[in-house]
Design a binder for this molecule. Structure first.
Ligand SMILES: [Zn+2]
Ligand SMILES: [Zn+2]
Ligand SMILES: [Zn+2]
Ligand SMILES: [Zn+2]
Length: 310
């Protein structure tokens, strides 16, 4: 996957200039003042698209120091670019490093601590690729001609379209380069991603690509199983469906927000789905949930006190 990237890494161009930092804005190409600011914004746009591409070529999550190996920027400048882009593009977290083989549950837990470093161990900055790009749901039903979301076959993006080998027979597009899709990708600052990289990005951001959530679990008062009569034999995720959609207002919530544990890992394995993508989805969802909760709390404080918990 890396081969496609190598030439960009070596080519001196805007990627290098963006952080070569010649003092303040006024000395940058594009002149002083507003023009300089605009130049930096454009350089950031190109750089962020490239960083998203690198991240997605590496599974959508990397340590800052590894990401740095792909751009000629100092660590401080790379951090500054990522921060300017904001958590809607790159989620940065200090996580504690641990020995031993990679572990899905530990990866999720690493970002949830009260603060990395409290254990006294070495820490590193973890960077996640975040995006607001989504597949258009109405397009899947043949009901949308054009909008600001991606018009792509959902099953194809999951690698499960029955028309995979002869996709001309699928009524939905498998082509990320149709004029509509190119426009959407451009407007979200995602130019240059190939299909595999876009798939990685969507898998960790778009709820519609998340494995099937049990609807029965999400009904009823039973905390453990809801109305699901299959209980432990159920082959769908027993998690809060609002959390998966990024819309759960409750903290704490009586339904599970834990997408990664022994039972779901087993489901992912049985259904040949990517554990790493669900780990990333969980990390990003926890961030989104915290943000939503904070917003609701602030709203509530202004009007009628904090929201009631169920
Ligand atoms: Zn649409
Ligand atoms: Zn298809
Ligand atoms: Zn169930
Ligand atoms: Zn919930």
């Amino acid at each position: 996957m890396l081969q496609g990237l190598r030439p960009c890494l070596l080519r001196p161009g805007p990627l290098q200039l963006a952080g070569s930092g010649r003092g303040r804005g006024g000395e940058e190409p594009g002149g002083p003042g507003l023009a300089g600011t605009r130049w930096r914004a454009m350089a950031d746009l190109t750089l962020c698209a490239f960083l998203t591409k690198v991240l997605c070529a590496h599974g959508g999550r990397m340590f800052l120091q590894d990401l740095r190996g792909h751009v000629e920027l100092s660590e401080a400048k790379l951090r500054a670019v990522l921060r300017r882009a904001g958590p809607e593009r790159f989620l940065l977290q200090e996580v504690e490093l641990r020995d031993g083989p990679w572990d899905a549950e530990a990866e999720v837990a690493a970002g949830e601590g009260a603060g990395a470093g409290s254990g006294g161990g070495a820490t590193a900055c973890r960077v996640m690729a975040v995006s607001s790009a989504r597949l258009c749901a109405r397009y899947q039903r043949g009901e949308c001609q054009g909008c600001d979301q991606l018009h792509l076959c959902r099953r194809h993006m999951l690698g499960k379209c029955p028309h995979r080998d002869c996709w001309s027979t699928c009524s939905l597009s498998h082509d990320i380069h149709t004029p509509i899709n190119v426009q959407v990708l451009k407007s979200r600052g995602l130019f240059g991603l190939n299909e595999g990289q876009l798939r990685i990005l969507l898998l960790q951001n778009d709820p519609c690509l998340f494995p099937e959530v049990c609807q029965m679990y999400n009904k009823g008062v039973d905390v453990l199983y809801g109305y699901c009569s299959l209980k432990d034999r159920c082959n769908k995720f027993h998690v809060c469906k609002s959390f998966v959609r990024g819309e759960c207002p409750f903290q704490p919530c009586k339904r599970s927000h834990q997408l990664i544990h022994a039972a779901t890992l087993k489901l992912l394995e049985d259904q040949e789905l990517s554990v790493s993508s669900v780990v990333n989805f969980q990390i990003i969802s926890v961030y989104r949930h915290k943000k939503l909760h904070k917003m609701l709390e602030e709203k509530g404080r202004h009007r009628w006190g904090p929201p009631k918990h169920m």
